[in-house]
Design a binder for this molecule. Structure first.
Ligand SMILES: C[S@@+](CC[C@H](N)C(=O)[O-])C[C@H]1O[C@@H](n2cnc3c(N)ncnc32)[C@H](O)[C@@H]1O
Length: 326
């Protein structure tokens, strides 16, 4: 099954995600590529563990989804997200049995190591989400990244590095076969938590069922308001807060209602969302500025701020705000 960020809870519950098999171990695979690993690995268990796969590539997501479906692996969830966002916001503490990382992007150029996944902060996060006896399993052909990951695990202060043989399934992935054909061998390590630090998620919530909980504002626009100035507003520097950046990208007249729709780009650590914010006329002559459900946005501090940025722009245009709900 493919999940969007908005389909999850923050944090989620394995019993909700896998209602048919809530008692089975839970394995996360980061960067599953075209999905070769899981069908092989799942077969090594008497019953396929519950599987959560995370990838950045949409094409890979679809290929892997087909492969898992053909293999009859029902208790598997795939999602297109950055791994650290998924682990921090969705996975509850001490719930995963394994986090598998096969042939991660090595980011070999000098100055690019910040892009690597397996750095000390990720190891602390992983240690907080793994159960006792769990582990991060790394298989890679890349000598330098392997040493880097081992050093980062030790620097995290919460992981022991065990050298081990890779699971046979890790040597059947697309990249494993690619490097094997070039005559390269693979390194493998098990990173075992020695402590389970607390690494809290941020204040993420799904789009509320109750309309009044959706970030919004009510205001009175000046007489004969026409948003001709929007281009000037978007050309200005983005609005920035301590943990977010909001850029207002475009404004569309609504064909369905009296009003407009603003398209905004919201960037927060590790997560980017494009959201729509409606500015809609109400019967009493006021206007409602409200985050639209379209696209399944997650309510984050940045998304609330985006509603505030649109409201602020309208205030600059002369609107009188009578209520702020963001
Ligand atoms: C070199 S490929 C390996 C794919 C697969 N594991 C294999 O062995 O064939 C690395 C994969 O990790 C994915 N990836 C990179 N960074 C990621 C992240 N932060 N979260 C999720 N996936 C990521 C990339 O999109 C890419 O598909």
């Amino acid at each position: 099954m493919i999940y969007q960020l908005g389909d999850f809870r923050f944090p989620d519950d394995p019993a909700r995600l896998y209602p048919q098999t809530p008692e089975r171990p839970w394995v996360l695979e980061v960067g599953f590529g075209d999905g070769h690993f899981w069908p092989h690995y799942a077969r090594t268990f008497a019953q396929a563990p519950n599987y959560l796969g995370v990838e950045l590539s949409g094409v890979s997501l679809l290929k892997a989804h087909r492969r898992l479906k053909d293999a009859g692996l029902e208790n598997a969830i795939l999602t297109k997200l950055p791994a650290d966002v998924l682990v921090r916001e969705v996975v509850p503490p001490r719930s995963l049995h394994e986090i598998v990382v096969n042939f991660p992007d090595p980011w070999p150029k000098a100055g690019h190591t910040d892009h690597r996944l397996l750095r000390a902060p990720f190891f602390r996060l992983a240690a907080s989400r793994l159960r006792a006896g769990g582990a991060v399993l790394l298989t890679t052909d890349h000598d330098e990244y392997f040493e880097f990951a081992c050093a980062e695990a030790e620097a995290s202060g919460v992981m022991r590095v065990d050298q081990a043989q890779p699971p046979a399934a890790a040597l059947e992935t697309k990249y494993a076969r690619k490097w094997r054909d070039l005559g390269l061998s693979a390194h493998h390590a098990r990173f075992v938590p020695t402590a389970h630090p607390e690494v809290p998620g941020r204040a993420f919530t799904p789009y509320p069922e109750n309309e009044t909980d959706v970030p919004h504002a009510i205001l009175t626009l000046p007489a004969a308001f026409a948003p001709t100035d929007f281009a000037k507003r978007t050309a200005r520097a983005p609005a920035r807060g301590p943990e977010w950046t909001v850029v207002l990208l475009d404004l569309f007249a609504s064909l369905r209602r009296d009003g407009w729709v603003v398209q905004a780009h919201v960037v927060e650590e590790g997560l980017t969302q494009e959201v729509l914010i409606g500015v809609t006329g109400r019967e009493d002559g006021t206007h409602l500025v409200r985050l639209a459900r379209f696209g399944g946005p997650i309510i984050t501090p940045g998304v609330k701020a985006a509603v505030g940025v649109v409201t602020g722009w309208l205030e600059e245009e002369g609107a009188q705000v009578t209520h702020r709900g963001y």
